[in-house]
Design a binder for this molecule. Structure first.
Ligand code: COA
Length: 373
């Protein structure tokens, strides 16, 4: 039997707090007019205290599970693409695995900056089509506002927080993920980076004083790189899928800058009516931007089952990639389901108790084995 990886569920998690361009103009020397004309961004959502990459991701994952109609124990794999993980370790994916009660899932984070969601979808799709797993949740989740220097007007105007999730499931019906392109060029690593906090430059009072835990960016170089690779990767993904540009219903690009997207669309000869853009309301949410834009386009009725979509992204690394998919929607299924999101409070109580029991069992085992040792 042929196995295909279909996208059958989707969800988002977005902080309530909104920071407008006018708010930013109170903080740094900038203006709404400058930001809109140079980037297209009008506002962004910013995580408040208590909101984290895992909490936004959990919200997105639960919505996606409900749309797909999958039970937590059906999930085999959770990949969280993020550049703002909660910790160096444990992975944010593991924290989300615990919070959604996916007791049989393996979970790991993937670091490929803003391209990460495409890489993660490809990894999950490959695991499904190879027969290794049946069901995966892929997330893009970020709280990059915590790595932004709010005194640097060149970067602080760009980024926002949020999370998006897709459920990928196996099916014998042709469709789902059709092709993918993954590329990297580490020679451009210094163009967009957070220099300290890793093993090369561990956190110290000096690194904090020098502002090395903030995002550093060469905006012009990143702009040039982005417009070049978006065209190239989109064309490659379409060709690999055995399609032509005219077959494509939607291009859903990484939402970094409206001018980058328009330039790439012009070079592709793709009308902007076929390109999904929502960065005016979210800013650049890094790896969360593609699922956030997709979910909005599904919810407002633009993306429909049967549509051919090309997702295309670029970002730090440097990394870039594209993925072509035939949009599916939930797979009809007769078996009774648990609906975790609808019973959110009850379900959250259940997963917390489950997590506490696991911790308690580990504590008791520690006491017993500790005495013997
Ligand atoms: N408000 C007002 N002026 C600003 C400003 C701001 N927020 N940020 C920069 N400027 C100033 C600069 O200091 C510069 O002034 P100068 O000419 O006196 O030196 C001037 O505006 C022009 O700067 P420039 O860098 O040429 O602007 P730009 O048109 O290239 O736009 C970016 C800057 C950052 C918006 C643009 O380069 C960009 O979007 N790059 C890609 C970044 C990106 O997408 N990163 C994430 C990738 S995943």
């Amino acid at each position: 039997m042929n196995r295909y990886a279909h996208i059958t569920g989707w969800g988002i998690g977005v902080p309530e707090k909104i920071l407008t361009n006018d708010d930013l103009a109170q903080m740094v020397d900038t203006s709404d007019e400058w930001i809109v004309s140079r980037t297209g961004i009008r506002q962004r959502h910013i995580a408040e205290e208590g909101e984290t990459t895992a909490s936004l991701g959990t919200e997105a994952a639960l919505q996606a599970m409900e749309v797909a109609g999958v039970n937590p124990n059906e999930i085999d794999l959770i990949i969280v693409s993020t550049s703002s993980p909660e910790h160096v370790f444990p992975s944010t994916a593991s924290l989300i695995q615990d919070r959604i009660g996916a007791s049989k899932a393996g979970a790991f984070d993937l670091s490929a900056a803003c391209t990460g969601f495409i890489f993660a979808m490809n990894m999950a799709a490959q695991a499904i089509t190879s027969g290794s797993i049946n069901t995966a949740i892929v997330l893009g989740a970020e709280t990059l506002s915590r790595f932004v220097n709010w005194e640097d007007r060149e970067t602080c105007i760009l980024f926002g927080d949020g999370a998006g999730a897709f459920v990928l499931q196996t099916s014998a019906d042709p469709g789902g993920v059709l092709s993918s392109v993954m590329r990297s060029d580490g020679s451009g690593g210094d163009l967009l980076s957070v220099p300290a906090g890793g093993s090369k430059r561990p956190a110290s009072s000096q690194t904090v004083q020098d502002g090395l835990h903030f995002i550093q960016m060469n905006g012009r170089e990143v702009f040039r790189f982005a417009t070049r690779v978006m065209k190239q990767a989109t064309e490659e993904a379409i060709e690999q899928a055995g399609m032509i540009l005219d077959d494509v219903n939607w291009v859903i690009p990484h939402q970094a800058n409206r001018r980058i997207i328009e330039t790439a669309a012009r070079r592709l000869k793709m009308p902007m009516e076929k390109v999904v853009v929502n960065l005016d309301r979210y800013g650049n949410t890094s790896t969360a931007s593609i699922p956030l834009a997709t979910v909005e386009a599904i919810r407002d009725g633009r993306v429909k089952p049967g549509d051919l979509i090309v997702f295309v992204g670029f970002g730090a690394g440097l990394t870039w990639g594209a993925l072509a998919a035939r949009w599916t929607g939930p797979i009809p299924d007769e078996k009774p389901k648990v609906w975790p999101y609808r019973f959110y409070t009850l379900y959250q109580a259940y997963v917390r108790v489950r997590s506490l029991i696991l911790r308690f069992v580990r504590f008791v085992e520690g006491v017993i084995w500790g005495k013997r040792g």
